[in-house]
Design a protein around this ligand. Structure first.
Ligand SMILES: [Zn+2]
Length: 283
Protein backbone atom coordinates (compact mmCIF):
# COMPACT_ATOMS: atom_id res chain seq x y z
CA UNK A 1 0.00 0.00 0.00
CA UNK A 2 1.55 3.26 -1.09
CA UNK A 3 -0.62 6.36 -0.84
CA UNK A 4 -3.68 7.04 1.33
CA UNK A 5 -7.03 6.24 -0.28
CA UNK A 6 -10.57 7.39 0.34
CA UNK A 7 -13.55 5.05 0.13
CA UNK A 8 -14.12 5.73 -3.60
CA UNK A 9 -10.49 4.84 -4.38
CA UNK A 10 -10.86 1.80 -2.24
CA UNK A 11 -13.85 0.39 -4.08
CA UNK A 12 -12.16 1.17 -7.43
CA UNK A 13 -8.98 -0.36 -6.13
CA UNK A 14 -10.80 -3.57 -5.38
CA UNK A 15 -11.71 -3.92 -9.03
CA UNK A 16 -8.10 -3.47 -10.12
CA UNK A 17 -4.88 -5.25 -9.30
CA UNK A 18 -4.75 -3.71 -5.82
CA UNK A 19 -3.26 -6.06 -3.20
CA UNK A 20 -6.58 -5.81 -1.30
CA UNK A 21 -8.53 -7.28 -4.24
CA UNK A 22 -5.98 -10.05 -4.62
CA UNK A 23 -6.71 -11.09 -1.07
CA UNK A 24 -10.50 -10.77 -1.46
CA UNK A 25 -10.72 -12.61 -4.81
CA UNK A 26 -10.40 -11.00 -8.23
CA UNK A 27 -13.90 -11.73 -9.50
CA UNK A 28 -15.93 -10.20 -6.68
CA UNK A 29 -16.34 -6.44 -6.40
CA UNK A 30 -16.54 -5.52 -2.75
CA UNK A 31 -18.72 -2.56 -1.89
CA UNK A 32 -19.66 -1.66 1.68
CA UNK A 33 -23.10 -3.30 1.11
CA UNK A 34 -21.93 -6.70 -0.08
CA UNK A 35 -19.19 -6.87 2.53
CA UNK A 36 -21.82 -8.00 5.04
CA UNK A 37 -21.24 -11.65 5.84
CA UNK A 38 -17.64 -11.72 4.68
CA UNK A 39 -15.50 -13.04 7.56
CA UNK A 40 -13.51 -10.45 9.52
CA UNK A 41 -10.08 -10.97 8.07
CA UNK A 42 -7.09 -8.92 7.10
CA UNK A 43 -8.94 -7.42 4.14
CA UNK A 44 -11.77 -6.10 6.27
CA UNK A 45 -9.35 -4.76 8.85
CA UNK A 46 -7.60 -2.82 6.10
CA UNK A 47 -10.86 -1.42 4.77
CA UNK A 48 -11.97 -0.38 8.25
CA UNK A 49 -8.62 1.29 8.79
CA UNK A 50 -9.09 3.22 5.53
CA UNK A 51 -12.60 4.29 6.53
CA UNK A 52 -11.21 5.56 9.81
CA UNK A 53 -8.35 7.44 8.16
CA UNK A 54 -9.73 10.80 9.30
CA UNK A 55 -10.68 9.74 12.82
CA UNK A 56 -7.49 7.86 13.69
CA UNK A 57 -6.91 10.38 16.45
CA UNK A 58 -9.82 8.98 18.52
CA UNK A 59 -7.54 6.15 19.47
CA UNK A 60 -4.68 8.38 20.44
CA UNK A 61 -3.77 9.16 24.01
CA UNK A 62 -3.29 12.81 24.96
CA UNK A 63 -1.16 13.94 27.91
CA UNK A 64 -2.89 16.26 30.39
CA UNK A 65 -1.32 17.95 33.40
CA UNK A 66 -3.10 17.04 36.62
CA UNK A 67 -4.27 19.79 39.00
CA UNK A 68 -2.37 17.94 41.77
CA UNK A 69 0.72 17.94 39.51
CA UNK A 70 0.90 14.23 40.33
CA UNK A 71 2.47 14.97 43.69
CA UNK A 72 -0.11 13.16 45.83
CA UNK A 73 0.44 9.69 44.37
CA UNK A 74 3.02 7.26 45.65
CA UNK A 75 5.34 5.65 43.11
CA UNK A 76 4.27 8.15 40.49
CA UNK A 77 6.88 10.58 39.21
CA UNK A 78 5.02 12.55 36.55
CA UNK A 79 2.79 15.62 36.71
CA UNK A 80 0.60 14.29 33.88
CA UNK A 81 -1.54 11.34 32.86
CA UNK A 82 -3.05 10.45 29.49
CA UNK A 83 -6.65 10.54 28.33
CA UNK A 84 -8.37 9.48 25.14
CA UNK A 85 -11.78 10.24 23.66
CA UNK A 86 -14.76 7.98 24.31
CA UNK A 87 -15.33 5.70 21.34
CA UNK A 88 -18.75 4.40 20.31
CA UNK A 89 -17.86 1.02 21.83
CA UNK A 90 -17.12 2.59 25.22
CA UNK A 91 -20.25 4.74 25.07
CA UNK A 92 -22.30 1.62 24.33
CA UNK A 93 -20.75 -0.07 27.33
CA UNK A 94 -21.65 2.93 29.50
CA UNK A 95 -25.27 2.99 28.29
CA UNK A 96 -25.47 -0.73 29.03
CA UNK A 97 -24.17 -0.12 32.49
CA UNK A 98 -26.73 2.63 33.17
CA UNK A 99 -29.54 0.30 32.07
CA UNK A 100 -28.19 -2.43 34.33
CA UNK A 101 -28.39 0.01 37.24
CA UNK A 102 -24.68 0.63 37.60
CA UNK A 103 -24.31 3.98 39.28
CA UNK A 104 -20.57 4.03 38.81
CA UNK A 105 -20.68 5.10 35.21
CA UNK A 106 -18.03 7.74 35.68
CA UNK A 107 -15.52 5.28 37.10
CA UNK A 108 -16.16 2.88 34.25
CA UNK A 109 -15.51 5.62 31.73
CA UNK A 110 -12.38 6.82 33.52
CA UNK A 111 -11.01 3.29 33.58
CA UNK A 112 -11.41 3.06 29.81
CA UNK A 113 -10.25 6.54 28.88
CA UNK A 114 -7.45 7.47 31.28
CA UNK A 115 -4.11 5.90 32.22
CA UNK A 116 -2.03 4.96 34.16
CA UNK A 117 -3.45 5.93 37.60
CA UNK A 118 -6.24 3.65 38.90
CA UNK A 119 -9.54 5.52 39.38
CA UNK A 120 -9.78 4.66 43.08
CA UNK A 121 -6.61 6.48 44.08
CA UNK A 122 -7.38 9.70 42.17
CA UNK A 123 -7.88 12.76 44.33
CA UNK A 124 -11.31 14.31 43.89
CA UNK A 125 -10.08 17.43 42.00
CA UNK A 126 -7.96 15.28 39.65
CA UNK A 127 -10.90 12.99 38.95
CA UNK A 128 -13.20 15.88 38.13
CA UNK A 129 -10.55 17.42 35.89
CA UNK A 130 -10.06 14.17 33.93
CA UNK A 131 -13.80 13.88 33.40
CA UNK A 132 -13.94 17.35 31.88
CA UNK A 133 -10.92 16.63 29.68
CA UNK A 134 -12.38 13.38 28.37
CA UNK A 135 -15.67 15.17 27.61
CA UNK A 136 -13.74 17.88 25.77
CA UNK A 137 -11.70 15.44 23.65
CA UNK A 138 -14.76 13.31 22.88
CA UNK A 139 -17.45 15.82 21.96
CA UNK A 140 -15.58 19.08 21.53
CA UNK A 141 -15.03 21.96 23.88
CA UNK A 142 -18.56 23.44 23.76
CA UNK A 143 -20.83 22.09 26.47
CA UNK A 144 -24.44 23.28 26.35
CA UNK A 145 -26.19 23.69 29.69
CA UNK A 146 -29.51 25.11 30.81
CA UNK A 147 -29.62 27.17 33.98
CA UNK A 148 -32.69 28.56 35.74
CA UNK A 149 -32.35 32.21 36.80
CA UNK A 150 -32.49 32.46 40.59
CA UNK A 151 -34.44 35.73 40.41
CA UNK A 152 -37.08 35.31 37.68
CA UNK A 153 -37.01 31.57 36.99
CA UNK A 154 -36.31 31.96 33.27
CA UNK A 155 -34.37 29.16 31.59
CA UNK A 156 -31.08 30.34 30.16
CA UNK A 157 -29.26 28.29 27.52
CA UNK A 158 -25.53 28.62 28.03
CA UNK A 159 -22.66 27.32 25.95
CA UNK A 160 -19.76 26.58 28.16
CA UNK A 161 -16.25 26.30 26.72
CA UNK A 162 -14.66 23.42 28.59
CA UNK A 163 -11.19 24.27 27.32
CA UNK A 164 -11.55 27.72 28.91
CA UNK A 165 -12.25 26.53 32.46
CA UNK A 166 -9.40 27.65 34.69
CA UNK A 167 -7.32 25.09 36.53
CA UNK A 168 -5.77 25.91 39.86
CA UNK A 169 -2.69 23.76 40.36
CA UNK A 170 -1.62 22.44 43.71
CA UNK A 171 0.83 24.77 45.40
CA UNK A 172 4.33 23.69 46.41
CA UNK A 173 3.56 24.47 50.03
CA UNK A 174 0.47 22.26 50.05
CA UNK A 175 0.27 19.77 52.86
CA UNK A 176 -1.84 16.76 52.11
CA UNK A 177 -3.26 16.61 55.62
CA UNK A 178 -5.43 19.58 56.49
CA UNK A 179 -5.24 21.09 59.99
CA UNK A 180 -8.14 23.11 61.43
CA UNK A 181 -9.52 24.36 64.69
CA UNK A 182 -13.07 23.23 65.39
CA UNK A 183 -15.45 26.14 66.09
CA UNK A 184 -17.03 24.94 69.35
CA UNK A 185 -14.61 22.56 71.09
CA UNK A 186 -11.60 24.64 69.94
CA UNK A 187 -9.56 21.46 69.50
CA UNK A 188 -7.11 21.02 66.62
CA UNK A 189 -8.29 18.46 64.12
CA UNK A 190 -6.18 16.96 61.30
CA UNK A 191 -7.91 15.29 58.36
CA UNK A 192 -6.69 13.51 55.25
CA UNK A 193 -8.47 14.47 52.03
CA UNK A 194 -10.84 12.25 50.11
CA UNK A 195 -9.87 10.01 47.24
CA UNK A 196 -12.18 8.79 44.51
CA UNK A 197 -12.90 5.48 46.28
CA UNK A 198 -13.78 7.29 49.53
CA UNK A 199 -16.57 9.25 47.87
CA UNK A 200 -18.29 6.02 46.90
CA UNK A 201 -17.85 4.63 50.41
CA UNK A 202 -19.13 7.80 52.05
CA UNK A 203 -22.16 7.83 49.78
CA UNK A 204 -22.93 4.18 50.56
CA UNK A 205 -22.23 4.41 54.27
CA UNK A 206 -25.42 4.23 56.38
CA UNK A 207 -23.85 5.94 59.36
CA UNK A 208 -22.83 9.43 58.28
CA UNK A 209 -20.03 9.62 60.85
CA UNK A 210 -18.57 6.23 60.07
CA UNK A 211 -16.87 7.31 56.84
CA UNK A 212 -15.96 10.62 58.38
CA UNK A 213 -13.97 9.03 61.21
CA UNK A 214 -11.63 7.27 58.84
CA UNK A 215 -10.46 10.62 57.54
CA UNK A 216 -9.70 12.15 60.90
CA UNK A 217 -6.00 11.63 61.52
CA UNK A 218 -5.82 13.21 64.98
CA UNK A 219 -7.52 15.50 67.47
CA UNK A 220 -5.13 17.57 69.60
CA UNK A 221 -2.45 15.13 68.43
CA UNK A 222 -4.38 12.17 69.86
CA UNK A 223 -4.64 9.35 67.33
CA UNK A 224 -6.54 6.77 69.39
CA UNK A 225 -9.54 5.68 67.28
CA UNK A 226 -11.79 5.09 70.26
CA UNK A 227 -11.17 8.56 71.69
CA UNK A 228 -11.71 10.21 68.29
CA UNK A 229 -14.91 8.25 67.76
CA UNK A 230 -16.32 9.20 71.18
CA UNK A 231 -15.32 12.82 70.66
CA UNK A 232 -17.16 13.02 67.31
CA UNK A 233 -20.26 11.46 68.84
CA UNK A 234 -20.36 13.93 71.72
CA UNK A 235 -19.24 17.19 70.21
CA UNK A 236 -21.58 19.69 68.57
CA UNK A 237 -23.11 19.29 65.13
CA UNK A 238 -21.36 22.52 64.17
CA UNK A 239 -17.95 20.92 64.86
CA UNK A 240 -18.86 17.85 62.81
CA UNK A 241 -20.21 19.95 59.93
CA UNK A 242 -16.98 21.90 59.90
CA UNK A 243 -14.93 18.71 59.49
CA UNK A 244 -17.26 17.47 56.78
CA UNK A 245 -17.12 20.76 54.91
CA UNK A 246 -13.30 20.81 54.96
CA UNK A 247 -13.22 17.22 53.80
CA UNK A 248 -15.13 18.11 50.66
CA UNK A 249 -13.52 21.47 49.95
CA UNK A 250 -10.31 21.52 47.94
CA UNK A 251 -7.76 24.24 47.42
CA UNK A 252 -6.88 23.17 43.89
CA UNK A 253 -8.56 21.82 40.75
CA UNK A 254 -11.00 23.14 38.17
CA UNK A 255 -12.71 26.42 38.84
CA UNK A 256 -16.29 25.25 38.36
CA UNK A 257 -17.96 28.52 39.28
CA UNK A 258 -19.89 30.13 36.45
CA UNK A 259 -21.38 33.62 36.38
CA UNK A 260 -23.90 34.74 33.80
CA UNK A 261 -26.46 37.48 33.27
CA UNK A 262 -30.06 36.29 32.81
CA UNK A 263 -31.43 36.83 29.29
CA UNK A 264 -34.79 37.94 30.69
CA UNK A 265 -34.10 40.05 33.77
CA UNK A 266 -30.29 40.61 33.50
CA UNK A 267 -29.83 39.36 37.07
CA UNK A 268 -26.25 38.22 37.67
CA UNK A 269 -26.40 34.52 38.53
CA UNK A 270 -23.66 32.51 40.21
CA UNK A 271 -23.72 28.79 39.69
CA UNK A 272 -21.54 25.81 40.38
CA UNK A 273 -21.08 23.39 37.49
CA UNK A 274 -22.37 19.93 38.16
CA UNK A 275 -22.81 16.97 35.90
CA UNK A 276 -24.82 13.82 35.45
CA UNK A 277 -24.14 10.69 33.45
CA UNK A 278 -25.44 12.70 30.46
CA UNK A 279 -22.26 14.74 30.73
CA UNK A 280 -20.71 11.96 28.70
CA UNK A 281 -23.11 11.99 25.80
CA UNK A 282 -23.18 14.29 22.82
CA UNK A 283 -26.35 16.14 23.82
ZN1 LIG B 1 -33.77 36.22 35.35
Amino acid sequence: MSEPKNIVDLVHGLESKDPISAAAGESKVLTPENLVGVPMDDTKDKIVAQLLANVASTNSWYPVKLPSRGSLYSNFDSDSVEVKPITYAIEKQIRHSIKAGNSNVVDLMLESCSRPLPVDVLTVPDKLFLMYKIREFSYGSTYPIVSVCKKCGAENSLNLELSGIKVKYLEDTYEEFCTMELPDSKVTCVIKPLRSADITELAESKDANEGLLEHIVSINDIKDRMIISKFIEKTTIRDVSHVREKLFSQSYGLDTKVNYFCDDCTHKNHMELSFSEHFFSAS
